[in-house]
Each structure stands twice: as structure tokens, then as C-alpha cells.
Design a protein around this ligand. Structure first.
Ligand SMILES: NC(=O)c1ccc[n+]([C@@H]2O[C@H](COP(=O)([O-])OP(=O)(O)OC[C@H]3O[C@@H](n4cnc5c(N)ncnc54)[C@H](O)[C@@H]3O)[C@@H](O)[C@H]2O)c1
Length: 258
């Protein structure tokens, strides 16, 4: 266990910071005195909230690699090197039957949810100092099946595997890479209709504050490769991945503290 890494004047970057979980992260980081840079495709509706949090807004697409490289270079030179990067931008496919989706829709999902995370980490890495953290928003659907949206689940499994596999390399550079995996959260991604429907059957939704509590635990515990499950009514806990039967190190991580 180490100390919470962000203090007054430190720099944090939040992708997808103009709505839902990301916006709440911006507000919570700002409350701690951090200088927050938001990278979002569509910051429009959140401009007032972002301005109130004193954040600097960059309107960019996380699936555009060159743009992201330029944004991180700009953030680093104008605000300072980021101590915390929250790679959070993501989208839903919104289809229980993924074969109803056309090629463009599938490509967009992979571009934003998988490439977007890969490029964000790649762009952040050269600017993140030793002692820095990169936390990715995966999902509970990245640790188990999610029949409501199988393609979304596939992208989140990809992200969890990427974080676990890349974490040791970044750890050797002093950067902690981890993930959070929330259940269903009351945000615009889920949509008002679905939120109302779930509430009407007493389904327990997470609030964005619950998810930021998990982010805080990830930042404080600083366990490379860990994936913190966030569910209503319980403390965030690192998911206990099972070892691979018969596999040898480095594939079998059953001895790792996860
Ligand atoms: N809401 C949930 O139930 C839930 C559960 C688990 C995980 N998540 C994950 O949490 C993250 C945040 O989701 P949310 O629920 O806050 O959604 P949201 O829709 O409220 O916010 C997502 C933000 O990401 C931005 N964004 C989308 N595509 C982008 C792109 N290509 N480049 C830059 N910004 C982009 C959007 O403009 C938006 O501001 C996502 O990765 C999502 O998959 C959400």
C-alpha cells in the first residue's frame, strides 16, 4: 500500500472526462487540487462543469494515435508531466446480437475501446514520470460474460488482458498500470430509459462516486496489473484471476497477488 499519488498542483489526464465516470473523476481530482486535462471527443455539454473544475479541455478522439501523441506532449509542456492518467473513454455497441452490427460499427467499437486504450497508454508513457499511474476503465464485462452486449464484453476482455500483460513492462519504468471494472453505472452511456427500467425492478446501480472510490483504491494500492471490481454495496477488490492449468511462467500468473 502506498500513499494517494495526487496532490495540489499535480497533473492528471482524464480521457472521456466530459461525461459520467470521467467527469466525476475530473471533479474529484480537482477537489484534491490537481490540474486536470480532459481529452474528450465531445466536451460540449459538459463545458460548464469542466470550467467549474478548472480543467483544461482537449477535444480529440482517443482512437487517433497521432493526435493523442500531440495532446500528451502539449499537456506535458504546458501543465506538466501527468502523475495520473485515467484512460476512461469508451462506448457501447448496444446490441445483444452483434451480427446485426455492420462492419463500420464493429470497427468503431474496436477503435475506441481497444485501440483508444492502447494509444492512450502509448502516448502517456513517455511523459509519465516514475511514481506515476495509468488506470484504465475496463468493466465487469471484461472479467465475465455480458449477454446484453457481447462485442462490448470482448473489447473489455481485451483491455483487461492488455493491462495485465503490459503492467510488468511499465512497472520496470516506475509506472503502475492497473484497471477498474465497474458493474452497471448510472451514466449517459447506459441511457436514461435503461436506468429507469433497472431502477423499476430494484436493480442496484453504481453511482459515479462508487466508481471513483474504486479508482482511488487502485491509485492508493498501486498494484501493477490489478483489476479492481466495483459493485454496489461492497468495497472495491482486486479480481482474483485463476492460474492457467499446465502453463508455465510467464503465462501462469497464479502466484501473482491478484
Ligand atoms: N456506465 C456503465 O455502466 C459502465 C460500466 C462499466 C464500465 N464503463 C466504462 O466506463 C467508461 C466511461 O463510461 P461512462 O459510463 O462514463 O460513459 P459516458 O458516455 O457518460 O462518458 C463517456 C465519455 O467518453 C467520451 N468519448 C467517447 N468516445 C470517445 C473517443 N473516441 N475519444 C474521446 N472521447 C470519447 C464521450 O464523449 C463521453 O464524454 C467507458 O470506458 C465505459 O465502457 C461504463
Amino acid at each position: 500500500m502506498s500513499a494517494y499519488p495526487l496532490g495540489s498542483g499535480d497533473v492528471a489526464v482524464v480521457t472521456g472526462g466530459a461525461s459520467g465516470i470521467g467527469l466525476r473523476a475530473v471533479e474529484r481530482f480537482a477537489q484534491r487540487g490537481a490540474k486536470v486535462a480532459v481529452v474528450d471527443l465531445n466536451p460540449g455539454a459538459a463545458q460548464a462543469a469542466l470550467a467549474a473544475a478548472g480543467s483544461t479541455v482537449y477535444q480529440y478522439d482517443v482512437s487517433d494515435r497521432e493526435a493523442l501523441d500531440a495532446v500528451f506532449a502539449d499537456i506535458s509542456s504546458t501543465l506538466g508531466p501527468p502523475k495520473v492518467v485515467f484512460a476512461n473513454a469508451g462506448i457501447h455497441a448496444g446490441a445483444a446480437d452483434p451480427f446485426t452490427l455492420d462492419g463500420d460499427a464493429i470497427e468503431t467499437m474496436l477503435n475506441v475501446n481497444v485501440k483508444g486504450v492502447v494509444w492512450t497508454i502509448g502516448a502517456a508513457r513517455p511523459h509519465t514520470p516514475p511514481g506515476g499511474h495509468i488506470v484504465v476503465t475496463a468493466s465487469l464485462s471484461g472479467a465475465g460474460p455480458y449477454t446484453i452486449d457481447p462485442l462490448y464484453s470482448a473489447t473489455k476482455h481485451a483491455v483487461v488482458g492488455f493491462v495485465r500483460s503490459l503492467a510488468p513492462l511499465l512497472q520496470s519504468e516506475g509506472i503502475t498500470l492497473s484497471a477498474i471494472a465497474p458493474g452497471i453505472v448510472d451514466t449517459p452511456l447506459v441511457g436514461e430509459d435503461v436506468v429507469e427500467l433497472l431502477k423499476s425492478v430494484n436493480f442496484d446501480l453504481l453511482s459515479t462516486d462508487d466508481v471513483i472510490d474504486a479508482l482511488d483504491v487502485a491509485l492508493t494500492e498501486a498494484q501493477p496489473g490489478a483489476c479492481y471490481i466495483s459493485l454496489p454495496g461492497m468495497e472495491p477488490v482486486p479480481y482474483r484471476f485463476r492460474g492457467l492449468p499446465g502453463a508455465r511462467v510467464p503465462l501462469d500468473d497464479s502466484s501473482a497477488p491478484l
